[in-house]
Ligand binder design. Structure first.
Ligand code: FPP
Length: 242
């Protein structure tokens, strides 16, 4: 008999923040109101993760597929992102939070892109929670970009194809330097990964809740962590071996 691990915190939590639009629609509000309330959830969850001592939090804020949304919604999301970054920078400094990003950052509009680069530079030396935003992010796109970089290094003679193993490949991904997520949370009830961290989530525990992102706050985050702590992670071994 093995007992579940009751006290180990996940080092890295990744979240698919879904359900902002449905939250707003149910209230007869424009979708952007759901995103606006979603930003409040981002603040609460970041604060809670930091207080709990979690090392890294990756938030799926905008996917490569999200560019297909109506231009007004894309513009509103980018505006919310820029405002969030500028407003929260002092708070990140005060709380030792380091901001990082994954995805095609150069596709972001000027104001959001500039805010992101500035706050990443400002917080680069912080040593507490890593807040990693997935922006214009798609996992297949990330894997292709990593493969191209590795191939280019081979052509330039810096690498040999035979050298490539899982560890080296991971170093070419946007998430280089971060541990793989131990737990992935998806809000609003869909059972999909939606092109999110397909390589990095290989051994992650999945937690899916019906709660839409705008209602996902401290208590919901703590419940997800408690659920994770009750799981037994076997990494391919038997229950008796772990
Ligand atoms: C999913 O809801 C949410 C998004 C596509 C964007 C998430 C963005 C934020 C919470 C705000 C900006 C981000 C930061 C980090 C400040 P949905 O619109 O897909 O909801 P639906 O599936 O109900 O339509």
């Amino acid at each position: 008999m093995t007992t579940p691990d009751t006290d180990s915190l996940p080092r890295h939590v990744a979240i698919i923040m879904d359900g902002n639009g449905r939250w707003a629609k149910r209230r007869g509000l424009p979708r952007v109101m759901g995103h606006r309330r979603g930003v409040e959830s981002v603040k609460k969850v970041v604060e809670t993760a930091r207080k709990m001592g979690i090392e890294a939090l990756t938030l799926y804020a905008f996917s490569t597929e999200n560019w297909r949304r109506p231009a007004t919604e894309v513009a509103a999301l980018m505006e919310l992102l820029a405002t969030f970054l500028r407003r929260e920078a002092p708070n990140m400094m005060a709380n030792n939070i380091r901001l990082t990003a994954i995805g095609q950052i150069d596709r972001l509009p000027d104001s959001a892109g500039r805010a992101l680069r500035e706050v990443m530079a400002q917080t680069a030396a912080n040593t507490g929670l890593v807040l990693n935003l997935a922006l214009s992010y798609g996992s297949r796109d990330e894997i292709i970009r990593a493969s191209r970089r590795f191939a280019a290094d081979c052509v330039a003679g810096r690498r040999q194809p035979e050298e490539l193993d899982e560890e080296l490949f991971a170093a070419y991904l946007d998430t280089a330097g971060l541990p793989d997520p131990d737990l992935v949370i998806r809000t609003s009830g869909e059972f999909r990964l939606s092109n999110f961290l397909l390589w990095q989530l290989s051994y992650a525990e999945l937690y899916i809740t019906d709660t839409p992102w705008p209602d996902f706050r401290e208590a919901e985050f703590r419940a997800a962590i408690a659920d994770f702590q009750g799981r037994q992670r076997r990494f391919g071994r038997t229950g008796e071996q772990v």
